[in-house]
Design a protein around this ligand. Structure first.
Ligand SMILES: [Zn+2]
Length: 325
């Protein structure tokens, strides 16, 4: 007798891959993780991902007889969500990888691939902080700044497939060099990397004694939780740096608000999780200060609820809708 069938959502990140078995009500029944090792190439990575999907199902099933119904993957972009092809992911070092086809061949079930931040935003819409909202913009400041847009329940991809790149709103054309090759994107001002850069400089100047002594000035190793820790331990200049960055993020968000007039902005990601009060307050203030008075009062800024589950949950539900199941 065939066992019951469950969806699997996969959060495919540059550092780790997380697979979750998800039921029809979007409850997460199991979570399994491995390190990504994208340098081993797409084929091996797809095999590891397929294996992880099987493990997620085995772990979720008491009788060990459940099967995979379909798989949704949230992957770094830019990608083509219709074909499930990763066009070029700088963080993975991949180009034109037909991930959907590769996984379908491995698993023998339908697979849908979409952008990870789109899926995180979509998850908040279907099961998290933005349920019941009409026009949702997700902003996720972490190592970079990701974004996603959901309108009337639909993820907006645009003609290129890569819509929603909130992090690359240019706020200063002569600003710092961005990962996208241009200068002065909001990501160069308000991402973890940008904040860590300013915090390290302040520590070197002698303005952040706790950071200097306990955390150090290695930008690559400075985590969001370290930055929060420095603020708690009295490095006031670090708090000023974070508040300024969050306010600037609010300024960039005001542009989006003016153009789309959303009813909900979802803030998530590592920085927000570590310093929720500062980010919620300063982004809301930035939107109020820089948004148009006729538009900005209609938007609510909420904190993401689903944390590490978001991309997997959103990917599973997106796959179900995409496949018409
Ligand atoms: Zn950029």
């Amino acid at each position: 007798m065939a066992g019951k069938k469950l969806a699997v959502g996969i959060d495919f990140g540059a550092t780790k891959i997380m697979a979750a078995a998800v039921d029809k009500k979007l409850n997460v029944l199991s979570r399994v993780k491995v390190r990504t090792h994208a340098e081993n190439g797409p084929k091996e990575t797809a095999e590891r991902m397929a294996q992880l999907a099987r493990e997620a199902i085995a772990e979720a099933s008491v009788e060990k007889d459940a099967e995979i119904a379909y798989v949704g993957v949230g992957a770094p972009g830019p990608l083509n969500p219709r074909e499930g092809v990763i066009v070029s992911a700088p963080n993975l070092g991949w180009k034109d990888v037909p991930l959907r086809k590769m996984l379908e061949k491995e698993l023998g079930v339908p697979v849908v691939v979409d952008n990870d931040v789109n899926m995180g935003t979509y998850a908040e819409y279907v099961a998290g902080a933005a349920q019941g909202k009409q026009l949702v913009v997700g902003i996720f400041p972490g190592t970079g700044i990701g974004g996603g847009i959901v309108i009337d329940g639909k993820v907006i991809h645009g003609v290129s497939g890569a819509a929603g790149e909130v992090g690359h709103i240019i706020v200063d054309p002569s600003g710092a060099l961005c990962g996208c090759g241009r200068r002065g994107c909001i990501e160069t001002v308000a991402s973890r990397l940008a904040i860590a850069r300013d915090v390290a400089a302040a520590a070197i100047r002698g303005q952040a004694p706790y950071t200097m002594e306990k955390i150090g000035t290695n930008i690559a190793k400075m985590k969001s939780s370290d930055i929060a820790d420095a603020i708690k331990n009295g490095d006031t200049v670090v708090e000023e740096i974070v508040r300024y960055a969050a306010r600037m993020l609010g300024m960039a968000a005001a542009d989006i608000v003016n153009i789309l007039s959303p009813d909900c902005i979802v803030l998530g990601g590592g920085l927000v999780e570590a310093m929720k009060d500062i980010f919620m307050k300063e982004v809301a203030r930035g939107i109020k200060d820089f948004g148009m008075p006729a538009i900005s009062p209609y938007v609510e800024v909420v904190a993401a609820k689903l944390g590490d589950d978001a991309v997997a949950v959103g990917s599973a539900e997106n796959a179900r809708v995409f496949l018409g199941l």
